[in-house]
Design a protein around this ligand. Structure first.
Ligand code: GLU
Length: 494
């Protein structure tokens, strides 16, 4: 164990975005790798936009990914509460501390006046910055204005000089406080600012390392100043790059799925998702690309996280998902595809389930593809309306259907296990060959007769998964179709 403590601090204003999920993952891997702890903190101070349904869905999405925090609103812990909306007393105590030590002061400047000054500064080509009108007010004046019912925000008095920190991913970063005006830590409406609440929380929760997106780099200078003013040590910071769409723009809905919930409902496996998110900016020390969560914990190092933007590549995610899908045992795969099958009205008999799962496994990119491949096991096949009916008419096909009907007609049970189905099919192929049919003239018409399609699961899966009655019905329909199409032309009536 080490004293490393990280936090994942989502704002519950929507479902968990892949970008946030990756932040959670990097925090989790970093902490687990060194034997530290991860805290989940819900940053719900924006009460208008935060919804408690979202924090439940974020917690569920994290659990689905296998990223369980050691402390958080759901599991508790010694540094709670873990929702910012329940921590106002702690923020207020810190405001009072900063007021008492002279690091903060009440600001009575009304909003309109602030706007006006900002415009004047911009017009004079100066950087807009609070002009410290209220910084030098005497205690008596402050008391007088409060007594007169004036409202005040509380501002932090930004110290002079540079702020430098050694970013774990970017290296040293320096900000000059010249560009940072005295910022508000408590608003006139009584709410606390993001930068302030985060610092009080990171300090109170004894966070040692903050790993977050680089959109927060500019906040870091303000946060470090606040740590110093509160007399607390600042954590180490590491800012990872953001995820961009292939066209270089911000990843958004118009590029397709963006939330973990979206990917889960399309049928991506959590293991593939985690593996993919890890690889977005982290480069393993060898050529491997497939890592389960445990392996990631072993291998992950922030030093190997790149500064360059991470491009979201759905093809790579699909490829990884395929790798994980192919590894599933038939029973597990069936359980995973069942909701998708049911949603499309495909209800399989108990004996069919694992065979069908095995049959479709090779074709799946996502679980949601299962119905399109499994439908063949339950849908009606009508040669008359089948798009590939011409394939039923290959020379010798009528003899093939006859042979097949005899052989499958002798099946001892309605459903054969896959190895027996394979043997039965082999016997049919041998007999057909003895009758002079070539391999292709067997497989192709047989596939169309049994499935109405030219592609799909291996034939022995069709034999095992369809069951005797369906096989015989489909062969009969194919044979009748051939008869109708190749039989003598009806005689013209004279
Ligand atoms: N709540 C912030 C967000 O969702 C994260 C704050 C932080 O990591 O410091 O972006």
């Amino acid at each position: 164990m080490t004293d490393v403590r990280v936090r994942f601090a989502p704002s519950p204003t929507g479902s968990l975005h892949v970008g946030s999920a990756r932040t959670a993952l990097y925090n989790f891997l970093y902490a687990r790798h060194v034997g530290g702890a991860m805290v989940l903190r819900i940053e719900d101070t924006d009460l208008k936009r935060s919804k408690s349904a979202h924090d439940t869905s974020i917690i569920n999405d994290l659990a689905w990914l296998g990223l369980r925090a050691d402390e958080g609103p759901d599991v508790g812990g010694p540094h709670g509460p873990y929702r910012q909306s329940e921590r106002a007393h702690l923020y207020e105590a810190a405001v009072q501390q900063l007021l008492a030590t002279g690091w903060a002061y009440p600001c009575f400047c009304p909003q309109e006046l602030l706007e006006e000054r900002k415009e004047q500064q911009l017009a004079a080509a100066r950087m807009p910055k609070y002009d410290r009108t209220c910084c030098g007010l005497s205690p008596t004046e402050v008391d007088g204005r409060f007594a007169a019912g004036e409202e005040a925000a509380i501002r932090f008095r930004v110290p002079d000089g540079d702020v430098t920190f050694a970013d774990i991913i970017h290296g040293p970063i320096t900000f000059s406080s010249d560009v940072i005006g005295d910022f508000i830590i408590k608003r006139t409406d009584g709410g606390y600012s993001y930068n302030f609440a985060v610092v009080v929380d990171d300090a109170g929760m004894e966070i040692t390392d903050v790993i977050r997106g680089e959109d927060h780099i500019t906040n870091t200078a303000r946060q470090m100043m606040l740590f110093a003013a509160l007399g607390k040590p600042a954590p180490r910071y590491g800012h990872h790059s953001l995820i961009l769409a292939p066209d270089g723009s911000k990843l958004s809905k118009r590029h397709g799925a963006t939330s973990i919930g979206d990917f889960r409902s399309l049928g991506y496996l959590s293991a593939a998702m985690v593996n993919y998110l890890a690889l977005l900016s982290w480069h393993p020390s060898d050529e491997r690309e497939k890592f389960d969560l445990e392996e990631l914990v072993q291998e992950f190092e922030l030093g190997r996280v790149s500064k360059s933007p991470a491009i979201f590549d759905i093809h790579k995610l699909n490829w990884l998902n395929g790798l994980y899908l192919r590894e599933l045992e038939p029973a597990t795969l069936y359980a995973a595809i069942e909701p998708y099958l049911r949603a499309r009205g495909i209800n399989l008999a108990l004996v069919q389930r694992e065979v069908v799962a095995e049959a479709v496994q090779a074709n799946l990119v996502v679980l949601g593809d299962a119905p399109q491949y499994a439908a063949v096991f339950v849908d009606e096949v009508d040669p008359a309306t089948c798009a590939h009916a011409e394939s039923l008419l290959e020379p010798g096909a009528d003899m093939l259907y006859q042979l097949a009907r005899e052989i499958f007609g002798n099946m001892a049970n309605e459903f054969l296990p896959v190895p027996e189905a394979r043997d039965t099919l082999k016997r049919l192929v041998e007999l057909a060959k003895e009758q002079g049919l070539k391999g292709k003239a067997v497989y192709h018409p047989l596939r169309v007769a049994l499935s109405g399609r030219e592609e799909g699961p291996e034939l022995f899966y069709l034999v095992a998964g369809l069951g005797k009655s369906r096989i015989l019905a489909r062969l009969k329909a194919a044979a009748e179709f051939v008869d109708r199409r190749t039989g003598p032309e009806p005689k013209a009536l004279v």
